[in-house]
Design a protein around this ligand. Structure first.
Ligand code: PLP
Length: 231
């Protein structure tokens, strides 16, 4: 039996420590609890321990969880982030259920999300996903394409551009990893100076959250360290 409360406390203590190391206020880093493949009771545990932001990778699984918790009055403060690859035929489900989409890498998907966002819901918050190490296997845009896509997305009426997300290549080379995080931070700062809505740099997972925070992350996405290994 996994003790979610203890693991969450640990994750927050970890954020605090990493932030202090570089003299950042710990509150300037948000924790997204990545609950993909994990059952609802674990999400309920985390929520009851004060966690509010949750991330899901698969549309149908995420929507099922969202609907389930919507029927309970006490879960009104929950915030859902879609962080997985998104196909055009699934945009409507995402637009009608999630609060954030972190994996935007095409104008076509963004346009559909804006068109399909119900007008009685707040605007959908979006991050551009950057493929920081140009990996074939990963989605995301290249650094060079950030400005163009940002400009196009900023014009869409029902989306709010909030910043960038990235999943750097797994590596033992700490210098290379730090360089990647730094490059992302520079792009984020440039974007922030152009758009008043931009405030989020989503980088860092269970294995590299410390380096991410030391290099300017404002949101870490933590799955394994909170919910345990996935099958
Ligand atoms: C699964 C996933 C995470 C969480 O990864 P852990 O290593 O389990 O912390 C974070 N971000 C994205 C985009 C993911 O798909």
């Amino acid at each position: 039996m996994i003790k979610i409360a203890e693991r969450l406390d640990c994750a927050y203590a970890n954020i605090e420590q990493a932030a202090k190391k570089v003299s950042r206020p710990p509150k300037s880093i948000q924790l997204l609890a990545v609950s993909k493949t994990k059952p609802l009771p674990l999400i309920v545990d985390a929520y009851e321990h004060g966690q509010r932001k949750f991330g899901e990778n698969y549309v149908q699984e995420g929507v099922d969880k969202i609907k389930n918790l919507q029927t309970l009055d006490s879960f009104t403060e929950i915030e859902w982030h879609f962080i997985g690859p998104l196909q055009s035929n699934k945009t409507k489900l995402v637009a009608t259920h999630f609060d954030w989409v972190q994996s935007i890498d095409r104008l076509k998907i963004a346009t559909r999300l804006s068109e399909q966002r119900p007008t009685n819901m707040p605007k959908l918050n979006v991050l551009l996903q950057v493929n920081a190490n140009d990996e074939q296997s990963k989605s995301g845009i290249s650094f060079a394409d950030i400005n163009t896509l940002a400009q196009q997305i900023a014009e869409l009426p029902n989306l709010t551009l909030r910043g960038l997300m990235a999943i750097p290549q797994k590596t033992e080379d700490q210098t290379a990893l730090n360089n990647t995080f730094n490059q992302l931070r520079d792009c984020f700062e440039a974007l922030k100076s152009q758009y008043t809505t931009v405030d989020t740099l989503s980088m860092g997972m269970s294995g590299d959250m410390n380096q991410a925070i030391e290099n300017g992350s404002t949101m870490v996405r933590i799955g394994t360290a909170i919910f345990g290994e996935r099958n």
